[in-house]
Ligand binder design. Structure first.
Ligand code: 6PG
Length: 251
């Protein structure tokens, strides 16, 4: 609920799009939706499995979830944490998605250490991916995450599904290594089939630099940008006004 009442989503072929006034509102509403989804899962099952996004956009949401106002609203003891992708750096490196999530959220809520499944960014990429594949296989075949949080880059990548990389064609592997030329670095990512198999996907993206990618993702034919490969049954886009601007011009 925003100060002006609940935002009504616009239904599109690629999911429900919620447009908010600011990045802060996106973070707050995403945190609220996480609370609702996780509580719904825990009403029926003993554990909820959530994959976190990296990058900078989710940080505000993680901080909110760790704040006193939110912390008690999730039964963190029954939440199992996964990651959508990881940069190939050690877990204490400034670029590590695990480190960001740990500092903003995981260290502040009562999660058991054995409930946090990080991708071993310090290991050779292929080994880290193989190890994560095993972790995922243990939760089901195919694994079905309850909630996947995602961000989107200005080039339309999500997790580490970058344009022009072979991992986009992956249909069997659950996790894969990917070399990203423009970043000159390796990453390990969940593959599109795993992301799409999630029960719920929340994509948060804000800022003018994402406006072109968002318009393309929501209106261009499939294959234009990698994030279009993610097609979960309940897929919600939480965006701010500036990110939504070019998409709105097209509809
Ligand atoms: C990462 C990601 C990536 C991210 C987007 C958006 O490790 O960088 O998981 O997919 O979500 O690049 O990142 P920002 O939120 O920083 O723009």
């Amino acid at each position: 609920m925003t100060d002006r009442g609940p935002v009504k989503p616009l239904r599109t072929e690629r999911g429900d799009v919620y447009v908010y006034e600011s990045a802060d509102e996106v973070a707050r509403e995403a945190a609220d939706m996480l609370v609702g989804i996780v509580s719904g899962v825990l009403a029926d099952r003993s554990v909820a499995r959530v994959a976190l996004a990296g990058g900078s956009t989710p940080k505000a949401m993680y901080r909110l979830l760790a704040s006193p106002a939110f912390r008690e609203r999730v039964d963190w003891r029954r939440v199992e944490i996964f990651f959508g992708d990881e940069r190939c750096v050690p877990p204490d490196h400034a670029d590590s998605n695990y480190r960001m999530a740990r500092e903003a959220l995981l260290d502040h809520v009562p999660l058991g250490a054995d409930r946090v499944h990080r991708i071993a960014g310090e290991r050779p990429p292929a080994e880290a991916a193989a190890q994560y594949q095993q972790t995922l296989t243990r939760i089901g075949d195919p694994p079905r995450l309850d909630l996947v949080l995602l961000g989107m880059g200005p080039d339309g990548h999500t997790a580490s599904l970058f344009p022009g990389t072979p991992v986009l064609a992956e249909t069997r592997a659950l996790a894969a290594p990917v070399y990203v030329d423009k970043l000159e670095s390796w990453r390990v990512t969940l593959t599109a089939p795993v992301l799409s198999a999630a029960a719920h996907v929340l994509i948060t993206t804000v800022g003018e630099e994402k406006a072109d990618a968002l318009a393309t993702a929501l209106t261009a034919p499939a294959g234009a940008v990698p994030i279009q490969l993610v097609r979960a049954i309940d897929q919600r886009w939480l965006v701010d006004r500036t990110a939504a601007q070019k998409w709105r011009e097209k509809i």
